[in-house]
Design a protein around this ligand. Sequence first.
Ligand SMILES: [Zn+2]
Length: 309
Amino acid sequence: MQLMWVSGPTGDVRTISITARKVLVGTCVLAFSLLATGFLLHLIGFKLAIELRPELARAMGGVTTEAEQQRMESTYREQLLKLQKLLDTTTQDIRQLQQLKNRFMDMATPASVRDKDGTKEDGKGGPLVPQTRTGGDSHQPLPQALDDAMQELTQLQRVVVQMRKDWGTQLAWLQTLPIGMPIRGEFHVSSGFGMRNDPFTRMLARHEGLDFTAATGTPIIAAASGVVTRSGWEESYGNIVEIEHAEGFMTRYAHLSKRFVNEGQQVVRGQRIADVGSTGRSTGPHLHYEIFRHGRVINPAHVLPLGSS
Ligand SMILES: [Zn+2]
């Protein structure tokens, strides 16, 4: 096809022949320019969106501005600071709990054991609680700070697990010391440790235990876990039971009406081992209770939570 036209005052005649190739090239150029314009417009729009509506830009292309990043980082830092403060408070709480537990341990441990085994680590101490930091370091890179907080948390968790284990061990140790009451139910302490007038001879005599007056049949229980080393009869003590415990302790229960344990038997604290009676050299139903340490008789009041010392 040919286009002809007359141009200007000179009347030049111009002709353009339109071939299929030219049409194709023209179309391509037009299409390309349209695409380029579209892309340019998109870029401009995107830039505008980044500046004006960052969340829209994020949605459009997963891109954040520097300002947005800083805002995000400061939010994370704020959260991290809160976490670090919480970690510090928890650490302090754990340390206070540990001190409290040590005080309870001191109270529950008989004086004789406390004095002689002061170096024993079983009764005291516990795992080391990590030192608290003095706030977060704001110059530390965020990933590093997060990593540190995580490590601290892991360490704290490890301490708590170790503490639970240690406390269990200590509790088990206390169970083996005769610091529990030897009798359950209604009773009153009728005769204390030391010099007194013997109820039979009326003469001054040493009383090497505590007398718990109670009705016949009142349950007598093991003051601590241990092994029964004697379960029998003796003229003065009547029915008698002896139990060997940890740390060189031994307990003796006398004047029993009934015995429920045999020699060599393992017993736990609180287990019923006998009943109150008035057998042997006794004026009425009561439990005569003695505590020995390394073969020497000691005042049960020094071991039992009776208030006196
Ligand atoms: Zn007595």
